[in-house]
Design a binder for this molecule. Structure first.
Ligand code: ADP
Ligand code: ZN
Ligand code: ZN
Length: 821
């Protein structure tokens, strides 16, 4: 009997409704296995490297399966657990496994006819190690610098293309170009070096004792001595370290550099490689932390997931470190998730200190070589701890023991665009379950969903209710802005009580953080005669004036317009500026506190790669007094010397038309407040608001998460919102308003039958046009019945397919967002 024909279900990185099947030619049958990449043709001549999901012998009915052309890997690059995670995400978040694959794999693993290869200049032109085919392509790359895979196909016999490319990438002759992706340049740091001519004792002694110019500059001499001391104790010294530890100024250092005694050298900081592989725990948990640690350990025996509810500055990170240590000592791997890794260099530094060479960092902004390197080290088990943002859940762990989800409430864990629109916390819980691994969620302000799960015993709960060092949570003052106006009859930016408090903090050498969730200068300009407001041409939003570019910006599509001087409707040149953004605040602060050292932190001010980190370090080193910023100033930062926090316009947080408005407002305000008075002494918080009776303010003032939760959960129950229901949000986009509306109506109509009672809408969203596309939304609030939910998702997908077959609706984009945040 001959072997049955073998078929392979292959995932390719596209948004196809389902996976396709190819047949496995006789010659490849011995090598093929699930998890390896294969080269396949789709359609006429589009080629892809896809991942084999399953081998079987069920001949496809509807079409003649084509042969797989090549196998690229001898060993699987994707493990069965990862394939299961992809499948789960695709099913749960209503997208294709190919879309998950596209998000999950570093570019190196994804090849298609569209892929562009870029010559690696560092490789040079020594091609002696290349075989005939590799040489042909290598030479073409050397000449043209870039080649599309389609062009490579023309150079070689088409049966060999992908294996050749794969080898060239592995030999680092070329890279895969990732369009639109900012490449992350490795972190650079300035190191301080001693001029080589003072390397011998004699020369150094004569410099220190006899150099006249240096003798006169006493401060510089002191600085030089601290430098020499530091070099002796720690080997290398960075500029910020030197300034911090010696207390010297930039100018004094510059003096030594000008005298050619010290040199400055900007150099890449090696993040991982050379740190020793050992665990170094040089601190003790406090009794309260120890109790939380014990509770976590106990809960995780019987429960997969445990929530650590620890107030701000209670030392959650220290508890995580101890928990992580336990798992590594058992030989397990640990994934540490952070909402936005670019914003958390502080945590990275803290973890590196304890886990040295065991730790790796995985980040979508790292370049692909670094990502592949981490990928491979996770796979071999060499790395024990990986710190990453949401895409790190796709790493190929072999022996995962624990996932820590820090700041688990943070909405950055949910991917918005493009698909897969997954929530990394929830994906992590599923992924961990495949390894029988534990998950530790942590937050000072847990999401309502997670807290509900803890209350209903699905998750364990551990509580850390006191700050490290016994410092009290800050006192909160609520300032009623109703009767206060600025000089220009506008909303007041800094009220007199806040100003007085800032003065006091500065006088005591303390630092201040001010929070405003709008960037730019003036988010709103109104014609004083007719009320006309400048809008974006492509979006239904008002434009924000940015002083630094002197332009009007659309924060939705990024279009920039010249400033308007006269009203487009009535010609008047009188504009009122309503509301204020961070730029305007910064300007006002500079007027109010001419002596203060002020900086702004928002995406406009930290565009450069290291700008953000530099700003944080400057603030840490007390070289700034006041930091004003958007959400960025909130995220998990730990500054010792901040004793005052101001929330400048709380009304803007309390007025969103969304069922999560209270949760978000509470989280934000409690988290920003948490930056004040973290060490030594109780801090103060001022909240400027006109709607002073809003209940959320009371919860924040009392720092009472429990009370907030009780009220919130009742509202959710009453109005059937999560965690009591599951939300699927459908968005319909089209350049013609009526078409978007009709599409939404049609979907709503089809859903009426089985799901009518769960529908809300269709309705226009608050911003109903973005990038010249009109938007309509339809919300489905389903009871938590797995079977019903799955049926509804399938039904929606079928209806979308039917809709796209109708030529009126062919170009309507339908976006499904499950558990939208
Ligand atoms: P959280 O993450 O809960 O906001 P952190 O972990 O940032 O709190 O801790 C706040 C500060 O207190 C940090 O500077 C941290 O180093 C310090 N700290 C907390 N617990 C300890 C401990 N047991 N020993 C030494 N320092 C600690
Ligand atoms: Zn006007
Ligand atoms: Zn726009």
């Amino acid at each position: 009997m001959s072997n049955p024909v073998l078929f392979a279900e292959v995932i390719i990185p596209l948004a196809l409704p389902k996976n396709y099947t190819w047949s496995v030619p006789e010659s490849l049958r011995d090598q093929i296995k699930p998890g390896v990449r294969v080269e396949v043709v789709l359609g006429k001549n589009k080629k892809y490297a896809g991942v084999v999901k399953r081998l079987h012998s069920e001949k496809p009915e509807a079409f003649e399966a084509k042969d797989i052309l090549n196998i690229l890997d001898t060993e699987p690059v994707i493990f069965p657990q990862q394939l299961k995670l992809w499948e789960w995400i695709a099913r749960y978040y209503m997208c294709s496994e190919g879309e998950v694959m596209a998000a999950a794999l570093p570019a190196h693993f994804k090849l298609s006819s569209e892929t562009v290869l870029v010559f690696n200049e560092e490789f040079g032109d020594n091609f002696s190690t290349l075989d005939h085919d590799e040489y042909l392509v290598g030479e073409a790359l050397l000449l043209k610098k870039e080649l599309k895979l389609g062009e490579v196909q023309q150079l070689l016999d088409s049966h060999r293309v992908y294996p050749v490319i794969k080898r060239l990438i592995e030999k680092k002759v070329c890279f895969v170009w990732e369009a639109l992706k900012e490449t992350w340049s490795p972190k650079k740091e300035t190191f301080v070096l001693l001029n080589a001519k003072y390397d011998n004792e004699e020369a150094l002694a004569s410099l220190l004792n006899d150099d006249k110019k240096l003798q006169r500059a006493e401060k510089q001499l002191e600085l030089l001595l601290s430098y020499l001391h530091l070099v002796k104790t720690q080997g290398e010294v960075t500029k910020p370290e030197l300034l911090k530890k010696s207390g010297a100024s930039d100018a004094q250092l510059k003096g030594l550099v000008d005298k050619n005694i010290l040199w400055l050298e900007k150099r890449q900081v090696d993040r991982l490689q050379y740190l020793p592989r050992n665990i170094q725990i040089d601190f003790e948990l406090t009794p309260a932390q120890q109790r939380a640690f014990d509770a976590i350990s106990e809960q995780l025996v019987s429960k997969q997931v445990c929530l650590l509810h620890g107030i701000t500055a209670s030392g959650k990170t220290q508890v995580y470190i101890k928990v992580i240590e336990r798992y590594i000592r058992q030989g397990k791997q640990v994934l540490y998730l952070l909402p936005e890794i670019a914003l958390t260099s502080q945590v990275i530094r803290r973890l590196q200190k304890h886990f040295g060479g065991y730790i790796g960092i995985y980040h979508s902004k790292f370049n692909q070589n670094e990502r592949v390197e981490i990928w491979n080290k996770v796979k071999t088990g060499e790395l024990k701890v990986v710190l990453g943002a949401r895409s790190a859940i796709f790493l190929p762990f072999t022996d995962l023991g624990l996932i820590v989800v820090d700041e688990e409430h943070d909405t950055s864990y949910k991917q918005q665009d493009p698909a897969p629109r997954y929530h990394a916390r929830d994906g992590a819980i599923y992924y961990a379950s495949l390894f029988n691994a534990n998950v530790l969620l942590g937050s000072a302000t847990p999401s309502v969903e997670s807290y509900f799960n803890a209350q209903s015993q699905k998750y364990g709960l551990a509580i850390l209710g006191e700050r490290f060092g016994g410092v009290q949570l800050p006192v909160i003052d609520i300032i009623d802005t109703k009767k206060m106006y600025g000089a220009d009859k506008n909303k007041i930016i800094i009220t007199p009580p806040l100003k007085a408090a800032i003065d006091q903090s500065l006088a005591q050498g303390k630092q201040v953080i001010l929070f405003q969730n709008r960037r730019g200068y003036s988010p709103y300009q109104v014609c004083q005669v007719c009320g006309w407001i400048p809008h974006c041409k492509y979006c239904d939003v008002t434009l924000t004036f940015h002083k630094n570019t002197h332009k009007l910006h659309c924060h939705y599509c990024g279009t920039v317009y010249p400033p308007v001087h006269s009203c487009m409707a009535c010609g008047s040149d009188k504009f009122a500026q309503r509301n204020f953004g961070t730029e305007r605040i910064e300007e006002q602060l500079e007027e109010m506190f001419p002596q203060g050292r002020i900086a702004r932190m928002d995406i406009d001010s930290v565009r450069g790669k290291t700008a953000h980190d530099n700003l944080i370090q400057q603030f840490e080193q007390n070289r700034l007094d006041i930091l004003v910023g958007t959400q960025m100033v909130v995220k998990g930062l730990d500054f010792e010397n901040v004793d005052l926090v101001g929330i400048l316009d709380a009304d803007s947080l309390l007025s969103f038309a969304d069922f999560r408005v209270n949760e978000r407002a509470f989280q934000l305000m409690e988290q920003v407040s948490g930056r004040a008075g973290r060490k030594d002494k109780q801090g103060r918080v001022f909240i400027q608001v006109s709607n002073t009776q809003h209940p959320v303010l009371y919860f924040v003032q009392q720092h009472d998460y429990g009370l907030f939760y009780q009220q919130e959960i009742e509202g959710r129950r009453m109005f059937f919102y999560p965690p009591f229901s599951r939300l699927i949000q459908l968005t319909f986009k089209h350049k013609v308003k009526e078409v978007a509306e009709a599409a939404a109506q049609l979907m709503s109509f089809s859903l009426q039958g089985d799901f009518g009672k769960y529908l809300v809408g269709p309705a226009e969203p608050v911003v109903n046009r973005v990038r010249n596309q009109f938007l309509m939304e339809l919300l489905i609030k389903l009871p938590k019945d797995g079977e019903l939910i799955q049926r509804c998702k399938r039904f929606i997908q079928e209806q979308v397919a039917i809709m796209h077959n109708d030529k009126r609706f062919r170009s309507v984009v339908v976006i499904a967002d499950v558990d939208a945040v």
